[in-house]
Design a protein around this ligand. Structure first.
Ligand code: PEP
Length: 252
């Protein structure tokens, strides 16, 4: 059985105290519950060290939203995978569309970042997804296949066990437009088929594939009911405790 996951991506939101209060709220919500899915908070870097204490003994995991491709050195203002790991974080998001678009991160750089993060013992939530023009031209499968082939599919089988894939159609991120459950399922199936072609059936069946893009409490259950949708990567709705917790509880 593959792991189901609901991960919140706070992006560049929440100052120190509001972020800590949100993490505490999510922790307390799940205090006496055992959700079917793993619940992850991907906060800004400033919260990570504090989350170690706040989430101690809780089922909630945490991670970062980016890391540098080098292990250490003269990269002023950057954060390394090892630094993230040293806070007790388990995860890092790599290849979010906002990193690709605003920071020019291409597949080859994302591949380097992924390998560095894995080498430092982090699990990677690797994002892929087409922009609207690519879907309209009906090249969305081709685009996602290229992102995965160039960004991910030269990993070893052992490395692939620490990868979560997040399919996030860029036209659905932060727009209020959501992929229909059928559109999500079709792409997730395609991704799993490509995993199988490269890594065999076992790894394909065991890899968690998340959907991201305007997922909220009102549409989560329908999306998560698709056989190849193993949970969600949640942006805007992860900033509201009740909404985020309800999304996590929509996983069955
Ligand atoms: C995201 O940025 O990963 C995301 C899915 O955002 P939103 O849920 O706000 O569309």
């Amino acid at each position: 059985m593959r792991k189901k996951i609901v991960a919140g991506n706070w992006k560049m939101n929440m100052d120190y105290s509001t972020g800590i209060a949100l993490a505490e709220g999510i922790r307390d919500y799940f205090k006496n519950k055992v959700p079917v899915c793993e619940v992850i908070i991907c906060s800004p870097f400033i919260h990570l060290a504090s989350l170690q204490n706040i989430l101690k003994g809780s089922i909630i995991k945490y991670g970062a939203q980016n890391c540098h491709q080098e292990e250490s050195g003269a990269y002023t203002g950057e954060i390394s995978a090892g630094m993230i790991k040293s806070t007790g974080a388990e995860y890092v998001i790599i290849g979010h569309s906002e990193r690709r678009t605003y920071f020019g991160e291409d597949d080859s750089l994302l591949n380097r970042k992924t390998k560095t993060a894995l080498a430092r013992g982090l699990k990677v939530i690797f994002c892929c997804g087409e922009v609207l023009a690519e879907r309209e031209k009906e090249i969305h499968f081709e685009v996602v296949k290229r992102q995965l082939t160039d960004g991910l599919f030269n990993l070893t089988e052992e490395q692939m066990k620490n990868i979560v894939i997040a399919y996030e159609p860029v036209w659905a991120i932060g727009t209020g437009l959501t992929a229909s459950p059928a559109q999500a399922q079709e792409m997730h199936r395609f991704i799993r088929e490509n995993l199988e072609a490269g890594y065999g059936r076992k790894i394909a069946e065991e890899t968690t594939i998340l959907y991201g893009g305007s997922c909220k409490a009102s549409n989560a259950a329908e999306l998560f009911s698709m056989p190849d949708v193993d949970g969600g990567l949640i942006g805007g709705a992860s900033l509201k405790k009740d909404e985020f917790c309800a999304i996590a509880e929509a996983v069955h």
